[in-house]
Ligand binder design. Structure first.
Ligand code: DHB
Ligand code: FE
Length: 289
């Protein structure tokens, strides 16, 4: 392998991004956070029903010992690769998000995924995301306004944005990318407006060389997510929105491996007025807290 100076994102390995995502999750929730916060009745109900669904699948498909052992080996390797956050966020989170945000009037949410990092550098309402001098990709002006349900503007709303680069990698989860590349916390102006200069992200393949990749290959699935921007939009006295925005025409809008695309989250892309690249306007509506 190469040393730190010559390692770049083309050498990214699933085990690195997996370990990073696992560490980030553990630092967010604290070691051991979780089960003790759920009542025994609730744990018992949910665990019993999940296990019953597994038992039912085994009976209906007459699962063999060879298949049971393959499952055991695979589950062990998911942990070893640190890929539990990735597995859960790709195949489970979208339903948790659906249930959590049921009935909200605000802009639609979508999954957070494994690569959010809190406290990205604060940027003014008209800002360029941190990027390398030679960052490749089509320039994209992402602009809009934050209001609350009913129409009042939300002055100074916080628009956190993070995205993959043109090769589909996220800073802090692949080697050789500057720490805050393509991440920022944009503070909207007094009318809730923001103008964020970034680049069109590329479609993104979840790591194929780890356990999740192994499952995908063994099942004959594909590993693609459509190109997307990740966002968290928030303001005091309002409920946070975690969502993603998508680009029309991406073939994986129809078959996102993470099932996280919604029609309301499709951007409308037009040539930039500046003549350079593209621009898009997307407005967010927040629920009061
Ligand atoms: C994964 C990556 C993403 O960028 C995302 O939005 C969702 C899931 C993943 O690799 O698990
Ligand atoms: Fe993503």
């Amino acid at each position: 392998m190469t040393d730190q100076n010559t390692t770049d994102e083309s050498q990214a390995r699933a085990a690195d991004s997996g370990a990073g995502a696992t560490a980030a999750f553990q630092s967010k929730t604290g070691q051991g956070a979780g089960l003790e916060d759920v009542t025994p009745e609730r744990v018992s109900t949910l665990a019993t029903e999940v296990l019953a669904a597994v038992h039912d699948t085994i009976r209906r498909h007459k699962v063999t010992y060879a298949e049971y052992d393959a499952l055991k080996a695979w589950l062990i390797s998911v942990g070893e690769d640190g890929e539990w956050p990735l597995f859960l966020d790709v195949w489970v989170e979208h339903v948790v998000e659906e249930v959590a945000n049921e009935g909200r009037e605000c802009t639609k949410g979508s999954i957070e995924g494994p690569y959010y990092v809190p406290d990205a550098p604060a940027l003014p309402a008209d800002a360029k995301l941190p990027m390398r001098e030679d960052e490749s990709g089509t320039p994209l002006l992402f602009q809009g306004q934050v209001t609350r349900v009913g129409g009042d503007v939300v002055a100074g709303a916080k628009v956190e944005i993070w995205q993959a680069d043109a090769l589909g990698f996220y800073s802090q989860y692949a080697p050789g990318i500057p720490e805050w590349n393509l991440r920022g916390t944009v503070i909207a102006d007094d009318e809730g407006r923001y103008r964020i200069h970034t680049l069109q992200p590329a479609p993104y393949q979840i790591p194929t060389d780890g356990s999740c990749g192994k499952l995908i290959a063994a099942a004959g699935w594909h590993a693609w997510r459509p190109a997307h921007l990740h966002l968290k939009v928030s303001a005091p006295d309002h409920r946070l929105i975690t969502t993603q925005l998508y680009f029309p025409g991406d073939p994986h809008n129809e078959d996102d491996i993470a099932s996280a695309v919604k029609p309301e989250l499709m951007l409308d892309i037009e040539p930039a007025e500046s003549g350079e690249g593209e621009q898009t306007t997307y407005n967010f509506v927040l629920d009061p807290a």
